[in-house]
Design a protein around this ligand. Structure first.
Ligand code: UDP
Length: 408
């Protein structure tokens, strides 16, 4: 029998955040010992939310807070409607018929019937499980954590969802500029990365070579990489176009690595539409290999995240943590990670992206200094320890009429 690998704990973060911060986090966790919390979302795999929850729930448990994670289930119809709602929250039009609302609400209700949520605190992620709150007796605060880019949400969808949202005790959005007109108090939390996960831990050169060789990724030329769910909001076609323009000036290889989240029915089509763009130096891969994500982000000369909308964009912080400069779409959460021209580049067109690829591939010194600053930006702002501390502050702030307060 193999002994389980030790779970990461907050003390492990000391080299990155210092002893004082570690001590402070322990102190904030103390009043919450044995408090029972659950997170609910709609996919255990693919996309940033699953990525965040897998690390955060473990770290919370290591701090003595009993934190669970439930995933709601649904038919393809349900996920096709929730993806439309997600797209509408990011600004697209939606035809929200009674039939669609019925499927959405019925599937949510089925999940309510099979999930007994009597926790001290419940955190519901994104629109898919949002209406669950309607059917429960609350034993403590319920929080809605919305990860999408709410710069300009469709009014019809907001009107439909608002009565559900306002049943929550708090709403967490990623950025201050996503603030909505709601009666519920709103907080703003950046997501974060786990520096010890297989995706983000430091790899040596042999480990990187081994992963790249395994997928026949050539390393003779500089690598230009985008790692993203196959989703049109991530603009993979724009990445290919930018690469083609850049290649007229610098020789390099493009790798687009992507996956399809279980709650995103559009991914398959986006992937298929990219396949015709494959060439000798344009590699399009759909494999589920976290160490490959790490190897690509670590070895790349440049990482792109050319999104058109982006709630936050964990892939940006992941690459920056590896000291790789990122060219990001000038939207949403990417703007809060990249400072234009300092630790990466922000772009608004294919042409700009192409020009920045050329610069970063050609100018090694610029590439190195930007990469160093990028890593430092992530160390200061986007590590998991900081995200956990923000949650602890929120949990500790709830009023005394909840069961959790009696434990203080
Ligand atoms: N990801 C992955 N493999 C892939 C594509 C993406 O592991 O082929 C991961 C990526 O490393 C990141 C997450 O999925 O951790 C995507 O999160 P992000 O916030 O960038 O975007 P989202 O998918 O949530 O819109």
């Amino acid at each position: 029998m193999i002994e389980p690998t030790k779970i990461v704990c907050i003390d492990d973060f000391e080299p990155h955040i210092g002893a004082e911060a570690v001590e402070r986090i322990h102190r904030k966790a103390k009043p919450l010992q044995d408090v029972h919390i659950t997170h609910v979302n709609s996919t255990y795999y693919g996309g940033g939310v699953a990525e965040l929850l897998s690390s955060k729930t473990l770290l919370m448990n290591s701090l003595g807070i009993k934190t669970g994670w439930r995933v709601i289930q649904g038919s393809p119809d349900f996920f096709s409607i929730t993806k439309k709602i997600h797209n509408a929250l990011q600004g697209e039009a939606i035809d929200l018929t009674e039939r669609k609302k019925r499927i959405y609400e019925d599937v949510v209700y089925e999940n309510v019937v099979r999930n007994h949520l009597m926790h001290d605190i419940v955190v519901i992620h994104d629109p898919q499980p949002l209406p669950m709150i309607r059917h429960y007796r609350k034993y403590g605060p319920w929080i809605w954590r919305c990860h999408v880019d709410l710069t300009n949400p469709n009014k019809e969808v907001m009107k439909y969802l608002t009565p559900y949202i306002e049943r929550y005790d708090a709403v967490i959005l990623t950025l201050r500029e996503y603030k909505q007109r709601l009666k519920t108090p709103q907080r703003f939390f950046f997501p974060s990365i786990n520096p010890f996960s297989i995706k983000n831990r430091e790899l040596n050169e042999e480990e990187i070579d081994e992963r790249l060789d395994h997928y026949d990724i050539p390393t003779d030329l500089p690598l230009v990489v985008q790692v993203s769910r196959f989703d049109r909001w991530k603009d993979p076609k724009g990445v290919v176009e930018a690469f083609r323009i850049a290649r007229k000036e610098v020789d390099c290889t493009l790798v687009l690595l992507g996956n399809v989240a279980t709650d995103d029915p559009e991914g398959e089509d986006v992937y298929n539409s990219l396949l015709e763009k494959r060439e000798d130096r344009i590699i399009i891969l759909s494999v589920q290999d976290t160490a490959l994500v790490n190897a690509l982000q670590s070895r790349a000369a440049v990482v792109l995240q050319k999104s058109i909308r982006e709630g936050f964009g964990l892939t940006v912080a992941e690459a920056m943590w590896k000291g790789t400069p990122v060219i990001g779409g000038n939207v949403g959460g990417i703007r809060h990670q990249i400072q234009e021209g300092r630790n990466g580049f922000l772009v608004s067109s294919v042409k700009e992206a192409a020009e920045r690829i050329v610069r970063l591939v050609k100018d090694k010194e610029l590439n190195r200094t930007m990469g160093e600053r990028a890593r430092e930006t992530v160390r200061k702002n986007f590590l998991l320890s900081g995200a956990v501390e923000r949650y602890l502050d929120l949990f500790n702030s709830f009023e005394t009429n909840y069961r959790i307060a009696r434990k203080k």
